[in-house]
Design a protein around this ligand. Structure first.
Ligand SMILES: C[S@@+](CC[C@H](N)C(=O)[O-])C[C@H]1O[C@@H](n2cnc3c(N)ncnc32)[C@H](O)[C@@H]1O
Length: 262
């Protein structure tokens, strides 16, 4: 099979634009292990060959409280709105393209802290809050499920606020997120280009630092998935410059632009 064909297959299945350093990485992998690419087109992306290709391509850089402004807006605007219909309506959140889970757990911590500040006990909310993290990388999802992170310079905790340390417990060379946080969180392998989202009637969908690596056509397919997952009155947070259109209402919180499904 020629290399250009392989690049096309990988782009079509993952959405990731294969250019620059990613093109170099995939060329090296092809030269080293050409058999890895045999029959790739018809294999499910959970297959270990696909996963090797995905892990050679995808950028899994992430950390807790990555963008403070985002989580401030989640607290100040979005949770304030959503909590008006809580607990009669539960709270469902999807963190799409979560890599090793730090974004998903950050959302869980922010939600727990907010609901507790309103006087809810953990026991009273644990079956009403559901936060799902998904990623195309099986390795990322396995690490996310463990919830264990080394405490190294410029690692997962580089932005972690002191006030939320109570949601971490010391573990080995780092920390594990507490059982409470893990109890309201779940992780699944999911491709954003799938025909269906992995969750329905979500109150909030967050997809940050994922679609920047996508081709325009793949972005559109991913937008459809993200918007389909939302319930009416649900919110969508993506990266700057990303606009799904699709009849969503634009909202502004400081420098953050986000969307509401009317
Ligand atoms: C840079 S990380 C972003 C992590 C987190 N959202 C954040 O902002 O810190 C990008 C993630 O997108 C995932 N990804 C790439 N293509 C994907 C696809 N088609 N479906 C789901 N996830 C994908 C990668 O595996 C990677 O873990």
């Amino acid at each position: 099979m020629d290399f250009d064909r392989i690049v096309k297959i990988v782009e079509d299945r993952t959405g990731i634009a294969i250019t620059g350093a990613r093109l170099t990485r995939i060329r090296r992998l092809f030269e080293k292990s050409p058999d890895l690419f045999l029959g790739l087109e018809s294999m499910p992306f959970q297959h270990e060959n696909w996963q090797k290709v995905i892990d050679s391509l995808s950028v899994q850089e992430t950390y807790f409280f990555r963008d403070v402004e985002v989580f401030d807006c989640v607290r100040k605007e979005i949770l304030r709105e959503l909590s008006k219909r809580f607990p009669s309506e539960g709270l469902k959140i999807w963190s799409a393209g979560c890599a090793t889970g730090e974004e998903t757990y950050t959302l869980a911590i922010v939600v727990l802290e907010y609901l507790k500040s309103l006087g809810f006990s953990f026991e009273s909310i644990k079956d009403k809050v559901f936060i799902l993290g998904t990623d195309i990388s099986q390795r990322g999802i396995q690490r996310a499920r463990e919830g264990l992170y080394k405490n190294i310079p410029m690692g997962s905790f580089r932005n972690f606020p002191e006030e939320f340390m109570k949601y971490l417990e010391p573990y080995g060379e780092g920390y594990r997120v507490t059982k409470e946080v893990r109890q309201i969180t779940r992780f699944e392998v999911h491709n954003l280009l799938d025909s269906k989202p992995p969750i329905q009637d979500a109150d909030l969908v967050v997809c940050r630092n994922v679609l920047i690596y996508f081709h325009d056509a793949s972005k559109k397919r991913a937008y459809t998935n993200l918007v389909q997952a939302l319930k009416k009155g649900g919110y969508l947070i993506m990266g700057p410059l990303e606009n799904p259109g699709m009849g969503l209402e634009k909202r502004q919180c400081g420098r953050l632009v986000y969307y509401m499904k009317p």
